[in-house]
Design a protein around this ligand. Structure first.
Ligand code: GDP
Length: 295
């Protein structure tokens, strides 16, 4: 994960680690390299610049130059800032309703259906919940079948209504079905398109208004870099969602989405997807991710 970014940051900070004492020039050069590493990872220019400016301010504020181990202190400052940028403390999912309704949003192919299954399985195993999956993609019959395959595999019930082309009605019927059958969590998988368009936004917005979920999650493919951030903003403007799910972090992703998304939409990344299998789900901990990036 983020191998390229990790290597570049390591190289940038390596120079300082060896120094007993460092100069303002050392700090400036190092931060320039850090900024370059972030840009290479597809972090947006403004975010990368603000990041290094903040680290510089803190470095000056904490008298890095006269500290006993200036190199170590700089590494710590970068790590803290990276943690902060990715979201501070980990946040959970709101499961307060009965049933708790969780709405999935995102583009086609982002990993919504896969993640719906993963989350249902996670909640069933970890929190002893009884989830119901609801298939609201009325355009692609294959998407409904896919959710059924996932449900069968996990032994989790799936509600669908093939032929019904009203996703709001299906979502509402799904919730009613959950109530009648003792499901305390409902996960609603919705239709995405290949790019943001008005029809998709109107549809997800209508579902959102009609069912008023406890939790709205935005699922995004981490491989899409800055596009991921732009898409997140478009969905957040319409849905004011509660959290982000970053998928495909097992791939050769550069890290830009993970690092930038929180500061653009001001919503936490809640989970990450790290593979196609149903077990490949992890709670997102910004500090752990920063540790991982900085080695
Ligand atoms: P949807 O259109 O948003 O419902 O996306 P899908 O759930 O159908 O996922 C699209 C593709 O991405 C499928 O081939 C999934 O197996 C794959 N996929 C989803 N999540 C992950 C992940 O975390 N890692 C990897 N490697 N593949 C994933």
């Amino acid at each position: 994960m983020f191998n390229n970014l990790s290597e570049k940051l390591d190289k940038a900070l390596h120079v300082l680690k060896g120094h007993g004492s460092i100069t303002e020039v050392n700090v400036a050069e190092t931060l320039k390299e850090v900024r370059r590493a972030l840009l290479d990872a597809d972090v947006n220019f403004k975010i990368a610049k603000e990041f290094t400016n903040r680290v510089k301010e803190k470095a000056l504020g904490q008298d890095v130059l006269t500290s006993l181990q200036p190199g170590q202190l700089m590494v710590k400052l970068v790590k803290d800032e990276l943690t902060e940028l990715m979201g501070g403390d980990a946040e959970g999912i709101n499961l307060s309703g009965n049933p708790s309704v969780i709405l999935m949003s995102g583009l086609q192919g982002s990993g919504k259906t896969t993640f719906s299954g993963k989350l249902a399985n996670y909640l069933k195993n970890k929190k002893t919940k009884k989830p119901l999956l609801v298939a609201c993609d009325v355009y692609r019959p294959a998407a409904i079948d896919q959710l059924h395959v996932v449900g069968d595999q996990l032994n989790i019930d799936v509600y669908s209504d093939k032929g019904n082309n009203d996703p709001v009605a299906i979502a509402q019927a799904g919730i009613a079905h959950a109530k009648q059958n003792g499901h305390n969590v409902v996960i609603i998988d919705t239709a995405g398109r290949l790019a943001v368009d008005k029809a998709m936004m109107d549809e997800i917005s209508n579902i959102h208004k009609a069912i008023q979920p406890q939790e709205t999650l935005f699922v995004v493919d981490s491989m899409t870099g800055q596009d991921a951030v732009i898409t997140a903003k478009a969905f957040n403007d319409i849905l004011n969602f509660d959290g982000v799910i970053l998928t495909k972090l097992d791939g050769d992703t550069r890290g830009g989405a993970a690092i930038s998304i929180k500061s653009v939409v001001n919503k936490p990344i809640k989970f990450i997807g790290t593979g196609e299998k149903m077990e490949a789900i992890d709670v997102f901990y910004p500090s752990r991710m920063a540790d991982r990036i900085l080695g």
